[in-house]
Design a protein around this ligand. Sequence first.
Ligand code: MIC
Ligand code: SF4
Length: 758
Amino acid sequence: MSEGSISHLDLIEKVYLRLAKNTPLARKKLGRSLTLTEKILFGHLSNPEDQELDRGQSYASFLPDRIAMQDATAQMALLQFMTAGLPHTAVPTTIHCDHLIQAHFGANSDLSNAQKTNEEVYNFLKSASQKYGIGFWKPGSGIIHQVVLEQYAFPGAMMIGTDSHTPNAGGLGMVAIGVGGADAVDVMVGQPFQIRWPRLIGIKLTGSLSAWSSAKDVILKVAGLLTVKGGTGSIIEYFGPGTSSISTTGKATICNMGAEVGATCSLFPYDDHAANYLSSTGRQGYVELAKKFEEYLKPDPEVELDPTKYFDQVLEINLSELEPYIVGPHTPDRSRPISQFIAEAKTEGWPLEISQCLVGSCTNSSYEDMARAANVARQAAAKGLSVKIPLLITPGSERIQATIERDGLLDDMRSIGAVVLANACGPCIGQWKRDDITEGQVNSILTSYNRNFPKRNDGNAQTLAFIASPEAVVAFALSGNFNNNPLSGPIDEQNFVLQAPHGPELPAEGFSNNISGYIEPASNNQDVQIEILPNSQRLQLLEPFPKSEVSDFLDLPILIKVKGKCTTDHISAAGPWLKYRGHLENISANLLLGAQEAFSGEIGVGFCPLHKTLEPIAEAASHAKKQKINWCIVADENYGEGSSREHAAMEPRFMGAKVILARSFARIHETNLKKQGILPLTFLSESTYEEIGPQDIISVVGISNITPGQNVLCQIKTPNGSVKEFYCSHSLTQEHIDWLFAGSALNLIREKIASNKK
Ligand code: MIC
Ligand code: SF4
């Protein structure tokens, strides 16, 4: 089935008929009423009758309705898909070119530069899309999650996307899950998508948003409550009367940043906002279908009456009491109301002069966001004020950009001095060429984005990134500093005080249809050639990883014992490295560059198993690879937090990693490791981490009889020859164990496809 061969309405109706069929079955199996999450999950199970439903334990197989990929992850996903030798993807799929556009001068010149610099990658993605029946969204068409929300998302559906903020579409009632490319390949080749039956966190919203408080503040507060790993293995379902005071795009903001608490995805029930959003984006037909099947797009009424019976954890937020928040630096769960932040910034000695303010990213670039931000700008412009520091604006999509241009909102922002960037990720993913600071300069920036790990935006570890709502960011751009709260006091010497902003959630005249960024897949794909230049430095066909033997897991030197936070940005940095996302060998030179080595405290060094010393980690890994020495990594908590990029798993695999032992793993990354044939183990006793010393050697002695659900025995050999035993838990099913020994999940898929062809 190609992107073009089934009409969207037919697909939606099929989904709804399945929801209607499976909901009574789910009620019967569970013996109770259902949350919305359970209705949608049941509606997409590949085998609803026999599925085990142990939350956080049972693996479940689902049949998603769509796949979305962005250009930085799609390259590797397609290179893997190509090795399967199939004529087209089994499920409607789209690719969105948003990550590779560097922000420097502004939209037009940045976009044309990107077209030149990334030409061969775009040509590859476009030709592969044509060939395999994939819808292609050109550079400049928008950020994946905004485009998906506008064009494809619908209530009650299930989608996977090769980007961790895929859950954005939960704002429109869709179970939308961020995955690694190899998971997407499973679904592209027609296999189910597997994930553990989730735990459920219910967040009850009461009251209503008012004044400066926005949807962003809901999720910034939730981030503080749940922390960056509090949502792991869970779907967050929002319910209660407060949900109806939030627009669809506001709900999407909340679901988007559910990724920051590690949640599998987040979800809101269908309501009038959803209906209006669908009509306004030209999808009236969707509304008619949703009306007809509405009971499946909301939780059963009993859930709200006694939520603790249905959810593993219940939080409650009164929106009427919610203050505007700010989070950071360095982690999105360092959260507090702006009113408290000002004092904290002073005590902590963070630079109070802000260097730059940025509005946008997939999280906050909707019409409503721009309308509220523009309203603040308009108030200031009316007084003849302009920004004190640079303010950069990224519209979320070509459609939003055309609409806010038409409605004068971009002019409002330009009138206070804002610069408009291309409709793309830009500075949110380190694609930001700053000319105003030098490397190593301590400075504060304020964004409306979702991530704020060190180096994330501009590659400078000394930039402190704080996050707030778009309207708050504009207010701070006008005051220029963290000395006072511009939301509650004067922003200038003339004592001008901003009023709380208001802005319509949807454009009164509907969205502009003036968009040109989409290319349909070829109707006849037989002659389409996939474009990869010979000797390319950016694209490289993949060689299958070799099979593994029991002996590969014994006597492993530790390339690095990582201390503290180690996100996928630490493991496989973005920014300048994004250009190698289609070239495994070249990108592997960035392996773990941001990680802190526990014994020396240094960043980016590792233990060379050949020279038995600390070396720059890329050198240590390449010496090991040349000598064919397998190795392991020891890691701290929530290893691999953040993005879905599977490069963070493929690179260590390519360089010789066999095992990663951590205090805990982030969900997407743990799956990515398994898929690529690396064994992720969790210390049974957290203190084992402390016992591992420099130059120790680790063996997984229990590997020969590793069994699902059973702990495995491991050993530490110290340099003086003493041996200590310890146990690790793991989450491998028998199928995952098969991947491990086959060398990767893809190796098994290929075998299956080849034997089906015979
Ligand atoms: C991110 O926000 O970290 C990214 C860049 O969008 C990633 C995907 C990637 O690394 O390509 C994500 O969130 O999955
Ligand atoms: Fe792009 Fe940033 Fe959103 Fe990731 S979080 S998809 S980099 S805008």
